[in-house]
Design a protein around this ligand. Structure first.
Ligand code: ATP
Ligand code: MG
Length: 145
């Protein structure tokens, strides 16, 4: 497990930009963390770090937003309203994974068992108004918590 603490929105963008260059192409990232934790903020930095110019916002109603650049594509899911297997199957989640795009999932708590074994789990905790702890772990490590 690796931990990072950021002290503001911009620092989270920087962290995510850095990590976008380190994770394997086409990784699945599952976020664990509450409302306002910084899942969308992280996604925004990640997309920017890949060189994709896009307005990133929570895909709460769309369930999935896609951001595409020259070479890379990011599928940004919000699983907040995904409650059943049928919801998940119709969301396009598995197609996104098969497509080789990066798949970033907010509220991955809701679909945790459907995350691939090699997914990167990022737990985000609010330490204070502007402080956030990011804990990077494997799915097995998250399950053991
Ligand atoms: N260190 C920080 N990193 C990220 N965001 C921060 C930080 N400090 C304060 N914030 C604020 O916290 C909020 C994070 O919002 P964001 O939309 O990223 O959360 P979220 O986890 O996606 O929530 P939701 O589940 O509602 O989609 C923003 O208003 C941002 O300005
Ligand atoms: Mg969000």
């Amino acid at each position: 497990m690796t931990e990072y603490v950021t002290h503001g929105y911009e620092e989270t963008l920087d962290l995510a930009r850095k990590l976008s260059k380190e994770v394997k192409k086409g990784s699945v990232i599952g976020f664990l963390g509450d409302l306002g934790a910084g899942k969308t903020a992280f996604t925004s930095g990640f997309v920017d770090g890949l060189g994709i110019k896009a307005e990133v916002s929570s895909p709460t109603f769309a369930i999935c937003n896609e951001y595409a650049g020259e070479g890379d594509r990011v599928c940004h899911y919000d699983m907040y309203r995904v409650e059943t297997w049928d919801d998940l199957l119709t969301s396009g989640y598995y197609d996104s994974i098969d497509s080789g795009a990066y798949v970033l999932c907010e509220w991955s708590e809701n679909i945790f068992t459907a995350l691939p074994d090699d997914a990167l789990i990022i737990k985000i905790e609010k330490l204070g108004e502007n402080d956030r702890r990011f804990t990077l772990m494997t799915k097995a490590e998250a399950e053991a918590q």
